[in-house]
Design a protein around this ligand. Structure first.
Ligand code: RUQ
Ligand code: CA
Length: 611
């Protein structure tokens, strides 16, 4: 707990008890006035979004082990939509249609942590989102015009695919992905020596081609690679590592007093690729980035088991959260150039190490020189000034002890993980709103059973003080989010699919048989399907392709086949297909699930399966 926070509290309490603040004619201290103003909400930005009004920001939330992404309107916190990614989604048919199965390749579970947008010149370009799957070690790309997944790349040689970050400058050509769990390389039990010896397990910093969604290379290190960041110049990417010990138990992972922020030099990576300085493991180019083996990596010692690394919007500083240490470490990226050239030591890149609180995890920025750090154990958001922290570091320990960098401390409810401010991961950080993604909601919502939801809190950061304005329950289990200005996203999002982008788009209804394979091509146009009945034989392998021809925005049709466990929806001008074996003879109604018309209930047809 910072001294300042303690003092402020006591101060207000004492003032209240003495009746000083309410006494007529008594000059009210600024702090009390401020507290009152904040309570009334006067002078601060409005967070209510009235019926019929639209939000200012698109929030993209990772859904954690629900495997999805959610679109949340900010500041209203209204959930607008869910984008299925690594999960089954019965509502849309994700995981059931042939189109989604082709991307998922049989793996319908996932663990999404970090969703980030594609960039141009240090800010979002509104083209793509990228998200990791920690469970099955993949990265998915979402095209923003349709808000749907269009590519998934499987990443070999890694486990615990965790930190993910796209290139910020000049534009997103690469996306980096860290592997949090060290493993043998290759990890196929062929290498008997490495198999059981954790000292021969490695972490990987994987580079993915954003356009092709293929793997450019992997940089292998001894350490584990946790959170990721890229700089604003297209020169470096980085990872925090909390397991430089190569431990396999908690106590082993905590043995060292420091771990690393590892910086990866992109120019030298390109050089190694050009010169063929890599070996292939499972088809991927693996570059040796181990300490003592390579000039590609730089290790800056950071206390202790650090977690998040975030770059200030001016591009100057990397802020690394101490987790087990109550401090954050501020690294000057301009000095990193010198360290790579060997002119200064890696630790000389550190320009401040201010006290924050117990369990600092992630940092975000208001674009006005302040950082806000999530503090897990204290359950706080701590706002602090970067320049003041650096200045105090220069002045020495006496000045540091006064914590002059702390601007405000906000209690949250409870145990915050990620924290994110609007546009904060871009050079256009605007300091309007902040989301505190709290892991524990306890008493904040109606009790709905022993398993409790999370609490995503909305905080107004437009003023000097942090002001909590809204509690928002969140189902399993948002990890991270970004909030993107509406004017960047909205013009890119389409109302209809381009019909012929799908190679199988149906314009004419037909049933085609080849041996025991039956292909049904059908249109849907509320309130009728293009066919009234289809006859197949028991054992036929049936492919049903449906195109929604409705021109009206928002006219989604559903296709459900009774007792066949098939259910999907098709948006205007979209095509989807399913393939199944007609293994049950009888009459099965195919019906529209998505209310589409006054005669929606009549929108149905027969699938007749002959014995
Ligand atoms: S990290 S636990 Cu985003 Cu804090 Cu995955
Ligand atoms: Ca450690």
């Amino acid at each position: 707990m910072s001294d300042k926070r303690f003092n402020r509290r006591n101060f207000l309490k004492i003032m209240g008890a003495a009746g000083v603040a309410t006494g007529a004619g008594v000059m009210m201290p600024k702090e009390v006035l401020l507290a009152r103003a904040e309570k009334s909400g006067k002078g601060r930005q409005r967070y209510e979004v009235k019926p019929g009004e639209l939000d200012d920001y698109y929030g993209f939330w990772s859904g954690g082990h629900s495997g999805e992404i959610r679109i949340i309107g900010v500041p209203s916190m209204r959930e607008i939509k869910r984008i299925p990614v690594f999960n089954w989604d019965v509502g849309t048919g994700w995981g059931i249609t042939n189109e989604s199965k082709k991307l998922l390749r049989g793996r319908n579970f996932g663990d999404t942590h970090h969703v980030h947008g594609s960039y141009k010149n240090g800010t979002y370009d509104g083209k793509w989102l990228f998200v990791n799957d920690k469970l099955n070690n993949r990265v998915a790309r979402i095209r923003i015009d349709y808000m749907e997944v269009d590519a998934i790349v499987d990443v070999p040689n890694i486990q615990g695919a965790h930190g993910l970050f796209p290139q910020r400058y000049p534009k997103t050509e690469w996306v980096v992905l860290n592997s949090e769990f060290q493993t043998p390389v290759p990890n196929d039990a062929s290498n008997k020596k490495a198999f059981l010896n954790p000292q021969e397990y490695y972490g990987m910093h994987t580079i993915i081609d954003a356009e092709r969604m293929s793997i450019v290379c992997q940089v292998m290190v001894d350490e584990n690679c946790d959170l990721a960041a890229t700089d604003y110049k297209g020169k470096y990417s980085m990872c925090t590592s909390y397991n430089i010990e190569k431990g396999v138990t908690i106590s082993e992972m905590l043995a060292s007093d420091y771990d690393y922020l590892i910086i990866f030099h992109w120019g030298r990576i390109r050089d190694a690729l050009r010169k063929g300085k890599y070996k292939r493991v499972n088809g991927v180019k693996v570059i040796d980035g181990r300490k003592g083996h390579s000039d590609i990596t730089l290790r800056i010692p950071v206390p202790k088991n650090p977690h998040g690394v975030n770059i200030s919007p001016d591009g100057r500083y990397a802020v690394c959260c101490g987790k087990v240490s109550p401090t954050v470490t501020v690294v000057d990226l301009e000095k990193v150039d010198l360290a790579f050239e060997g002119k200064i030591k890696p630790e000389d890149c550190i320009v401040a190490q201010p006290y924050i609180g117990l369990g600092p995890l992630h940092t975000t920025f208001d674009g006005r020189g302040n950082a806000i750090t999530s503090v897990f154990i204290d359950s706080t958001n701590v706002k602090w000034n970067i320049a003041k922290a650096i200045e105090a570091e220069k002045k020495g320990p006496e000045e540091k002890k006064k914590n002059p960098h702390i601007v405000d401390v906000l209690d949250i409810h409870y145990q915050v993980g990620h924290i994110m401010a609007t546009m904060a991961e871009t050079k256009e950080a605007d300091g309007k709103w902040l989301i505190s993604l709290n892991k524990v909601s306890k008493d904040r919502f109606l009790n709905a059973g022993p398993f409790k939801v999370e609490n995503d809190q909305l905080v107004d950061i437009s003023g000097e003080k942090l002001r909590l304005v809204h509690d928002s329950p969140a189902y399993i289990e948002p990890h991270d989010c970004i909030m993107v200005r509406r004017d960047i996203i909205e013009p890119k999002v389409k109302h209809r699919h381009e019909m012929f982008e799908h190679p199988l788009a149906v314009t004419k209804n037909s049933v085609e048989r080849k041996g025991n394979k039956v292909i049904i091509r059908m249109t849907a146009n509320a309130p009728v399907f293009g066919l009234q009945e289809v006859r197949v034989k028991k054992g036929d392998k049936v492919t049903l392709i449906v195109t929604n021809h409705d021109e009206i925005i928002d006219l989604t049709n559903g296709v459900a086949i009774s007792n066949y466990n098939i259910n999907f929806v098709i948006a205007p001008f979209q095509t989807k297909s399913v393939t199944f074996t007609a293994d049950k003879p009888g009459v099965f109604w195919i019906y529209c699930t998505n209310f589409c018309h006054a005669l929606h209930l009549e929108m149905r047809m027969r699938l007749i399966v002959e014995a």
